[in-house]
Design a protein around this ligand. Structure first.
Ligand SMILES: [Cu+2]
Length: 147
């Protein structure tokens, strides 16, 4: 009955593979990040990156951090008008609710890149990684644009 044992083992293994594949893609939330761009900047200066993050999954997604080698420090910020002055402050997270799109745009949320290690010039692009709560990181190639 060796063949039967083998057949059962094969069935169990393929079942496991299917289960793993489902964990990797199937139900897991993965946001769509489009229209990313960043402002130019000189070494030592600051820059900001903008993008639209869409969440088509059934679960809320939380952006908790961003990182990049181009700057000494990368934070998630929100700009707000206060008494006629634009102020910005760090925010701990941005929640992208199920079915929603959150825009990171001038005057609102942005990824702040402080103390640039290298110049960001129009036409360049650089790698920026978004870190989320509970789902995998997303690595972006962000073009530098004068807008
Ligand atoms: Cu900022």
């Amino acid at each position: 009955m060796q063949w039967m044992r083998n057949a059962i083992v094969v069935a169990i293994v393929s079942g496991l593979v299917l289960a793993l594949a489902a964990c990797g893609n199937g139900g897991a939330a993965e946001p769509d990040v489009v229209d990313a761009w960043a402002r130019p900047g000189d070494p030592g200066d600051n820059s900001a990156a903008y993008m639209n993050i869409s969440n088509d999954s059934d679960d809320d997604i939380t952006l908790i951090a961003a990182s990049s080698d181009v700057a000494r420090m990368v934070e998630i910020h929100e700009s707000q008008m206060e008494d006629g002055t634009m102020r910005m402050e760090e925010v701990p997270e941005i929640v992208i609710e199920s079915g929603e799109t959150v825009s990171l745009e001038p005057g609102g949320f942005h990824v702040m890149m402080m103390n640039l290690e290298e110049a960001l010039e129009p036409g360049d692009s650089f790698s920026l990684t978004l870190h989320f709560d509970e789902i995998d990181d997303i690595e972006l190639d962000v073009p530098v644009e004068e807008q």
